[in-house]
Design a protein around this ligand. Structure first.
Ligand code: NAP
Length: 432
């Protein structure tokens, strides 16, 4: 029997559990530990609430969670309630699947002014993450500036621009829906430090901006490279660029403009005690594809700046960490004997949800290669004893099902659920 602890119950965690089941059959016991009382990580608190079909993958994780040899251990923070070294004593393998839930700083003057938020915080706020429920972003004002040209920038622009009615069928939390419905930012600017051929936006997600009720995307045709050059792009990017071309050709006017500002890099954020303007420098791309400032600057008035420039994995005490890359130091997933990283905690915040599946299978194979069948470790019995001694209030999968039932019954019309946004409320719902 192998005892495996997986830290983190998002896609990387559940795919690793599924892979370990395939690898070891009934000769494995898997504990999936999460610091929140609710499972599914990025699926619950990262994927946009109006992308319910993507969130549907949690049903697959549920099937894994409900199997006999897999257990959910919620409301337990590794590094605080239990140390990694203690887990390594109890389990044959400890897999860190903690994702990349922290924002990377913009690193420019004024990036700490009220009104500057990272995408982890902003996305967490509209998705009901307990850490960010009180964010209260400023949604009115001269404009909102989004930094970055990836899919998270698109999520943020779309959510800022949608009407309340357009969130029908979504599970956006009530506090965000009310604020967004009342908000009216006439200009949302997406700052891309490089050009249309260097965006990290996928076609389906970019195309959605062309179908919003009260907002229209705008691209300056002068920023687009000659059309013949699109032929050399990989097919997905070529489709994305085709969307940009259609936005540039469109003369549709709507109350909100989503402006794509290419070759534009924020160099300072200014204001009297809060964000009032972003100072932007025009860039040019060098032969290595890097954006360099040209010295030409201009000002964009704004009350909200959301930086969507990627994420990092928070360190855990006792685990080797690569501060430059913002993730655990690892060699193809191996950190130290018995200790592994998987998903975004291993490779950084790239790829789709599905990319984490082969990642999980790779780690399961490594565990098979590195460990023998029975070291006589204590596994979950040992963890239970240790957590009971420390009065840690474990949330089981059965408890989560009660929390979920309460969320479903509290849903507004047409919405799948109304999420609890505090840990206390989640814990209280177990008793219902
Ligand atoms: P991303 O795809 O890595 O995009 C980050 C963007 O930020 C890039 O355009 C990058 O520009 C820019 N950037 C980085 N540092 C910057 C700086 N200091 N100043 C200005 N711009 C900067 O990251 P993401 O949007 O956070 O997405 C993370 C992952 O989740 C991606 O794989 C994404 O596809 C995925 N995702 C998918 C969906 C979906 O499929 N619906 C939704 C959300 C997220 P450079 O290219 O110049 O570095």
């Amino acid at each position: 029997m192998r005892h495996v602890a997986i830290v983190g119950s998002g896609p990387a965690g559940y795919y690793t559990a599924e892979a370990c089941q395939k690898q070891f059959g009934d000769q494995v016991r898997i504990d999936i530990i999460d610091r929140l009382p609710v499972p599914y990580g990025l699926i619950r608190t990262g994927v946009a609430p109006d992308h319910q079909s993507i969130k549907g993958v949690s049903r697959r994780y549920e099937a894994t969670a409900l199997s006999d040899n897999v257990r959910f251990v919620g409301n337990v923070t590794v590094g605080k309630d239990v140390a990694v070294a203690e887990l390594l004593d109890l389990y044959d393998a400890v897999v860190l699947a903690t994702g990349a839930p922290a924002d990377r700083a913009l690193g420019i003057p004024g990036d700490d002014l009220p009104g500057v938020v990272g995408s982890a915080a902003f996305v967490g706020w509209y998705n009901g993450h307990p850490d960010f429920a009180d964010l209260a972003p400023v949604l009115d004002g001269p404009g909102a500036v989004i930094v970055g040209a990836g899919n998270v920038a698109l999520d943020v622009a779309r959510v800022l621009a949608k009407t309340g009615a357009e969130f029908s069928g979504s599970d956006i939390v009530g506090h965000a829906l009310d604020s967004l419905d009342r908000a009216m930012n006439e200009r949302i600017t997406i700052l891309a430090r490089r050009g249309p051929h260097q965006i990290a936006m996928t076609p389906k997600e970019l195309g959605e901006l062309g179908h919003l009720e009260r907002a229209a995307p705008r691209v300056d045709a002068a920023d687009l490279p000659p059309e013949a050059e699109d032929a050399a792009l990989e097919p997905g990017l070529r489709k994305s660029v085709a969307h940009l071309r259609s936005f540039a050709a469109s003369d549709v006017e709507k109350p909100i403009t989503i402006e794509f500002d290419f070759y534009a890099m924020p160099i300072a954020i200014e204001g009297d005690g809060k964000v009032e303007r972003v100072i932007v420098e025009r860039t040019a791309i060098d032969d290595e594809g890097r954006a360099n400032g040209t010295g030409e600057t201009y000002v964009i008035p704004a009350a909200l700046v959301v930086s969507c420039i990627g994420y990092r994995t928070p360190p855990i005490e006792g685990v080797p960490y690569d501060a430059k890359l913002g993730r655990f130091a690892n060699d193809e997933g191996r950190i130290a004997p018995g200790l592994y990283a998987v998903g975004w905690a291993r490779r950084g915040p790239t790829g789709t949800i599905g990319t984490n599946r082969p990642d999980g299978f790779m780690i399961a194979e490594q565990i098979a290669d590195d460990t023998a069948e029975d070291y006589g470790k204590n596994g979950r019995a040992g963890l239970d004893l240790l957590l009971r001694d420390r009065n840690v209030d474990i949330v089981t999968f059965r408890d989560w099902q009660k929390i979920e039932a309460a969320e479903i019954s509290a849903a507004r019309d047409g919405s799948p659920r109304e999420k609890f946004t505090s840990i206390d409320a989640m814990l209280a719902a177990r008793a219902e």
